[in-house]
Every structure is written in C-alpha cells, then in structure tokens.
Design a protein around this ligand. Structure first.
Ligand code: PMP
Length: 360
C-alpha cells in the first residue's frame, strides 16, 4: 500500500513527515502515556501544544502583538455569521463577490445588516478578480470583505482592494501559509485549516485587537463572540485539541523548511509547471485570466465533458486522485497545496501529456 498523489481541494494532502510523527506519538505523547486525543485541554501538555502552535504561527506570519490569534470551530462557514455579528457596529458591510464562498458570506451577512456587493466577477463565471482600486466603499461600512483565494474558480487577489481606510476581512482558507502576508493590511484574516494547515475542525482567526469588543449584535451567542475566545485564550470550552496539535506540527514543518518565503518560491515553481503546460496544450485549457491565477487551485478543461470524465477516470487509475472540478463548475481542478510535492505536479503533467497524445 502506498500514498497516492492527492489533488483534493480540501480536506487535502498533509506533509507525510507530520503524519508519521503524529502516528509515532499516537499511543504515548511525550511520556504522558496517552494520545493528544485523550488528554485534558487544561493539562500542562496541551497548554504547551496550543501555546507553541500560536507562537510558531506568529513567527511564520510575523503577526504583530496587537493582533490576536484564535483557534475556533464551526468551519470557515461559521465565520460567515460570526464576522457580521461581531464587526457590524453600523450594520453596514461591503462585499467583493469573487465566487461561491464570498457569495455565501455575503448572503449570511445580509441576515444581520446591510451587506452590499460592491464588485463582482460573476459576469464571467468568476474567472477573474475585479479591479478593486477605487470602489464605492460605503462611508459607514464596518469592513470590506474578500475571499482572497477562490478555491472553486482558481483565482487569487494579487493586489488587495483599496478599502479606503475600512478594515479588510479576508477568508484565506485556501491560501493560508502559502506565501508571506503583511498582516497589518488586514483587520481580520481567517481560514478553515483543512486545506493547507491541518485536519478539518479548526478555524484560525487573526484579528486586530481593537475589533474584538463586547459590543456584538444583540442575540449573539456566547460561543460566537470573539471576545469570549480571546479572553479565554481559545480555551473557553473544549477546543478541537487534536486538530490544533496537527496544525502545530505543520507550523514546525513550515519553519523547518524555510518559512513562507521558501513556501512561496516552491509554490510558484509547482504552479508554473502546470500553467506552462496548460498554456501550450492543444487539449487542456486553464479557465482563469492569467494575471489572477491561484498558486493553490488550478482549474482546467478540455472543452468536452466526456473527455474530461475520461481523463479524471484514467488519472485516478494512475494514482492521481481528486482531480474532478467542483460540482458547480465541472471540468478538472488540481489543488497543489504546500504539502503536494513537486514530483506530484511533474508526474501529473507527464500523465496529461501522454493523455493528450493518446487522445488526439
Ligand atoms: N471558504 C473557502 C475559500 C473555502 O474553500 C471553503 C471550503 N472549501 C469554505 C470557505 C467553507 O469551509 P468550511 O467547510 O470549513 O465551512
């Protein structure tokens, strides 16, 4: 039995080294005689796990002291509600719609106040990022919201929007830790970790401290207040302890491998192999405007549904898993997160070349 190349959009491939380490520690975590799954979240051992995880993340992303790091639950989707509940003081927020996930967040925000779509790329099936240099930002907007990397459509903001002084809120679920970021440009950065960082069940939110207040919308449940999680250092209730432990291991793996600069270089190299091939292929075509292409999610099509299905099937048989595009768009999508080795992308391209030659 061997590992296959897993191109899933999430939950997705994790570093083999991390999985092996976790396996080694499964029965006896560092002499405690138990696994991390079995230990109290109030124990000394877990205190170190979550403390180190936070510090390592701070080191990796260069997070300033006036930003809080929260380990939360409920998936990225829970943030769609938690953000307006906590941040919509004026009950106004501006949303940039670049795909399904931004749209879902926008629709959720409408439950709580006046959410406005100030830009969208829906006219061309979300295949590009709209110009966000001079948008009609509402004077009363509590924040401007983006989905920074669009998992389904394979686009990424290369330039952050000009928010005209309003806090920027970004869903980075599918580009978390894939390259360096300037945290100071955001009010709130959050992501579900199940793509680039760890197992599903953990959401990390990095929030500028002035945005964390008691002043939430009436009726906000205690569990959905950033303040309660901040006051209790992410231990208000039982956190997703095992997931946090794996995230911590991934942070250490990233640090050991040169941090986010090195990751960016490697991710650019990997993505280039695939995009270069797509750009010259007479069978496969990338679906995204070149300047907006994601380093993480690479959608492509042959233009023929039957041929797409044949490709996905044969690729699977050859050990390339989860290449089917999202159910809403079809075609193919290769997600090439941090933990996808460069050989995985090289071999996929070799396979695509052969498929192209065999199906002329
Ligand atoms: N945002 C983005 C960018 C995503 O890709 C996803 C899920 N794939 C979500 C939000 C929703 O995440 P969750 O399933 O954790 O709620």
């Amino acid at each position: 039995m061997g590992r296959i190349y897993n191109f899933s959009a999430g939950p997705a491939v994790l570093p083999e080294e991390v999985l092996k380490e976790a396996a080694d520690e499964m029965l006896d975590y560092k002499g405690t005689g138990m696994s991390v799954m079995e230990m109290s979240h109030r124990s000394k051992a877990f205190e170190s796990i979550i403390g180190e995880a936070e510090q390592d993340l701070r080191d990796l992303m260069n997070i300033p002291d006036n930003y809080k790091v929260l380990f939360l639950q409920g998936g990225a989707s829970q943030q769609f509600a938690m953000i307006p509940m906590n941040l919509m003081k004026n009950k106004v927020a501006d949303y940039i719609i670049t795909g399904q996930w931004a749209k879902k967040a926008f629709q959720e925000a409408k439950i709580y106040g006046t959410a406005k779509a100030i830009a969208s790329s829906e006219d061309k099936t979300f295949s590009y990022i709209p110009d966000c240099s001079d948008l009609d930002i509402d004077e009363d907007a509590d924040y401007v919201y983006i989905c920074e990397n669009n998992t389904i459509y394979g686009t990424k903001f290369k330039t952050l929007p000009n928010t005209k002084g309003k806090p920027l809120v970004a869903d980075v679920s599918s580009c978390f830790l894939s390259e360096p970021v300037d945290v100071t440009k955001y009010g709130l950065i959050y992501g579900g970790v199940q793509k680039n960082v760890g197992p599903a069940g953990v959401v990390i939110a990095i929030i500028r401290e002035d945005l964390i207040t008691e002043d939430t919308l009436p009726g906000t449940p205690t569990m959905l207040k950033y303040k309660i999680h901040d006051d209790n250092k992410s231990l208000y209730n039982t956190p997703p302890a095992y997931g946090i432990y794996i995230c911590g291991k991934v942070f250490k793996w990233l640090k050991k491998n040169g941090g986010l600069e090195a990751m960016k270089e490697l991710n650019e190299k990997k993505a280039k192999i695939l995009y270069d091939y797509l750009d010259q292929s007479s069978m496969f075509k990338g679906t995204v405007r070149k300047e907006d292409r994601s380093l993480m999610n690479v959608p492509f099509v042959t233009g023929n549904d039957e041929l797409d299905a044949k490709f996905v099937k044969e690729a699977k048989a050859a050990g390339f898993e989860n290449l089917k595009g999202h159910r809403s768009v079809g075609g193919m999508r290769a997600s090439i997160y941090n933990a996808m080795p460069i050989e995985g992308v090289e071999k996929l391209v070799e396979f695509m070349k052969k498929f192209e030659a065999d199906n002329k």
